[in-house]
Write a protein that binds this ligand. Structure first.
Ligand SMILES: [Ca+2]
Length: 226
């Protein structure tokens, strides 16, 4: 009888406790609501994560843009190379290797005016950087039907310093054979201050001689594809 009374008392006490505190307070006790600061931290964390993802995407985009730019540059250079190799000389020029030559047979100008004439065509007076280039120019000039007394301007002079012969492209002109001819059995250039421009001298098989720049000769123009 005493045991039953104790059980009834315990059940009544528990019922009273539940009624007094309520289920809500038990829940709150075990699962307290998030502190406002904690909620803020979670939001910050999510925003930070999003920002990092955006930054990663941006960096990946920049890398892709860099690669794309390199590819475009390569394509452009390939196209330019193809255009150059496929390029042909203008109709009034003749192609010799990488060079186009045009002899203006019916034009007689001073050396400076001849340069301007060639520059107007998109080139300059011809230069011969090696013996093959000279051979091409001589074959072209000799085959053009000029009289043997004609003279043709080449793109060389010692105008900047007496005795220092340079091509208009800046390189030093070679000396001796096969470039320069003879005058009275003396190898040109004879070297006087009055003869500062290079001609292809018809009376000497169109080999190079020095001559007064004021002479009126025929421009041999050149355009080079590199
Ligand atoms: Ca000279």
């Amino acid at each position: 009888m005493r045991v039953v009374a104790a059980f009834v008392w315990a059940v009544a006490g528990a019922a009273w406790a539940v009624e007094e505190g309520g289920v809500g307070s038990l829940y709150d006790q075990h699962f307290p609501p998030l502190h406002p600061n904690c909620t803020q931290s979670l939001t910050d964390l999510l925003l930070l994560r999003q920002e990092l993802q955006l930054r990663e995407l941006k960096e990946a985009g920049e890398v892709s843009a860099g690669i794309l730019k390199e590819i475009l540059t390569e394509i452009r250079s390939l196209l330019a190379r193809n255009r150059t190799s496929a390029a042909s000389c203008p109709s009034n020029f003749r192609k010799f290797g990488e060079t186009c030559l045009h002899l203006a047979k019916d034009t007689d100008l001073t050396w400076e005016a001849a340069r301007l004439f060639c520059q107007d065509l998109g080139g300059d007076l011809a230069v011969f950087l090696d013996a093959n280039a000279l051979a091409d120019a001589l074959a072209y000039t000799k085959g053009s039907g000029l009289p043997p007394t004609a003279n043709v301007w080449a793109g060389g002079s010692d105008l900047s310093a007496e005795g220092e012969w340079r091509w208009v492209s800046g390189e030093a002109m070679p000396r001796g054979t096969p470039f320069w001819g003879d005058f009275n059995y003396i190898r040109e250039p004879v070297g006087t201050p009055g003869e500062n421009c290079a001609i292809l001298h018809g009376l000497d098989g169109f080999l190079i001689h020095d001559a007064p720049c004021a002479w009126k000769c025929k421009p041999l123009c050149q355009m080079t594809y590199v």
